[in-house]
Ligand binder design. Structure first.
Ligand code: ATP
Length: 318
């Protein structure tokens, strides 16, 4: 749900999630779906109600049955629709005691557990909240409400090359990526050659990443994520930019990881990949879980819901 409030937000950063009341109050106007807008004049009238929320990474020795537990997770982004927030507009609003803050309830009261050894697929239409949930599992977005527990070290491939510095070489980025994933310098250096080899970049591994094609970016990003021996691997739409050979190789690597990692998460619009690679699936719609079942069952229900057939273009990205 999006709420447009004329309040004095505690969080001045646009597009940041934070504890909010979510449902809005006085003057609330539903625009439809997960969006609503509200306006008002006094911040104190609309003070956010913050419930207990928590994200915890735990040592992977602590629990043997579960890899991830998500309980009543809600995430609300607080942002503004102003294209360029101007000083003049801010002054005008301040004079009126107003400030336009848009609240987007991207995830609403979502709960699920993921057992060890599971590959979980997350499907749903654009804006359903898939990436938001992945970012929250990765610890990038704090829950607004609810609780996320992750047992073990997570390695994420949430968007193509996020975290890479285009001015540095592929090899330098591999080392930085490994250190950021919590490995020691020695461990990273030991794995850097495997990463480079798997990515098949040849001499480009020592060239600045600004010279890479998007497919090359992707090969390196995927290679870093899978070679850091994660307990939990999260891949969000990251298989789409690669060529056919890369996709096949990536699929084989993920199969391999399934046996060594505690859990694998895959977000994709390529329903065929979800069916092939996952043994459990969640279908999300407007921030809520519509179904948590076997992939084939979820895909059937989802394709019927959005009235598309299981054509080559829905099962795999062409
Ligand atoms: N940084 C952000 N700031 C504000 N709102 C955001 C931000 N990121 C996502 N949203 C909103 O949160 C909702 C869920 O977005 P999300 O990216 O999680 O959906 P998704 O299911 O991954 O979609 P897609 O399939 O298009 O990638 C959408 O309404 C989107 O507009």
């Amino acid at each position: 749900m999006i709420s447009l409030s004329a309040s004095k937000p505690t969080n001045p950063q646009p597009s940041q999630p934070g504890p909010t009341s979510g449902s809005g109050n006085g003057g609330a106007q539903h625009v439809g779906g997960i969006f609503s807008m509200r306006t008002g004049r006094k911040a104190r009238d609309k003070a956010p109600v913050s419930k207990k929320s928590e994200h915890v990474f735990r040592d992977n020795s602590g629990r043997t049955d579960l890899a991830v537990s998500v309980q009543h997770l809600s995430i609300t982004y607080r942002t503004t629709f102003e294209r360029v927030p101007t000083f003049k507009n801010a002054i005008v609003r301040a004079g009126r005691g107003e400030r336009a803050v848009v609240e987007i309830n991207a995830v609403n009261d979502v709960s699920f557990d993921v057992k060890n050894g599971t590959a979980l697929g997350i499907i749903g239409s654009n804006g359903a909240g898939k990436s938001t949930i992945m970012r929250s599992l990765a610890g990038i977005l704090p829950p607004t409400h609810g609780r996320v527990e992750v047992w073990g070290r997570a390695s994420t491939l949430l968007a193509l090359g996020v975290g890479f510095n285009a001015m540095l070489s592929g090899r330098e980025n591999v080392i930085l990526g490994g250190l950021a994933a919590g490995l020691s310098r020695k461990e990273v250096e030991e794995r850097a050659n495997d990463v480079a080899q798997w990515a098949e970049l040849g001499d480009f591994i020592d060239a600045p990443m600004r010279t890479y094609s998007s497919g090359m970016f992707q090969r390196l990003a995927f290679s870093v994520a899978v070679h850091m021996k994660p307990d939990i691997l999260m891949v969000d739409e990251a298989l789409s930019a690669g060529d056919a050979k890369f996709r096949e190789k990536a699929q084989t690597k993920m199969e391999e990881l399934r046996s060594s990692a505690r859990a694998v998460f895959l977000v994709s619009h390529a329903l065929g990949s979800i069916k092939e690679m996952c043994d459990d699936a969640i279908w999300l719609h407007k921030g809520r879980i519509m179904m948590h079942a076997e992939p084939a069952e979820c895909i059937d229900a989802y394709t019927q819901f959005v009235k598309v057939g299981k054509t080559p273009s829905t099962m795999e990205e062409l």
